[in-house]
Design a protein around this ligand. Structure first.
Ligand code: FEO
Length: 136
């Protein structure tokens, strides 16, 4: 069973480009979960983890560009959340590569909770503002 099931009513921010990216992040976390459950080796897990991190960084860039272009007032607070997660993700990747950490259910639960809470609370807060600027 997937770790996260996409549900428009819970996760959609009403902006097509962003929903597509969030769905991809959900898919990558689910893939990492499946790989861990299937007992796949370090190389396979590392590949998915790298893809998840680089896609996350590029997704944050998309949102921050939209904030900049349209003068979103909560940009600093939102960017800080992105920076904190990037830092944690890079720490996790470094520890994983050194062999000091594994992809465990706790790590995956952290990623799931972070993503779903961030989308539902922090991302959804920009929907109305950006929709009002014609971003849909
Ligand atoms: Fe969709 Fe703010 O990350």
């Amino acid at each position: 069973m997937a770790l996260i099931t996409w549900d428009d009513s819970k996760f959609s921010v009403n902006i097509k480009e962003i929903d597509v990216q969030h769905k991809k992040l959900v898919e990558l976390i689910n893939l990492l979960h499946d790989a861990m459950k299937a007992g796949q080796g370090k190389d396979a897990l590392g590949k998915v983890l790298n893809e998840l991190i680089s896609y996350t960084v590029s997704h944050f860039g998309t949102e921050e560009r939209l904030f900049q272009q349209h003068g979103y007032p909560d940009i600093a607070k939102h960017k800080k959340e992105h920076e904190d997660l990037k830092k944690k993700a890079i720490e996790l990747k470094t520890e994983f590569e050194k062999g000091a950490a594994m992809i465990t259910p706790n790590v995956l639960n952290f990623l799931r909770d972070w993503l779903t809470n961030h989308i539902m609370k922090v991302d959804k807060a920009y929907s109305a503002f950006l929709n009002g600027k014609g971003v849909v």
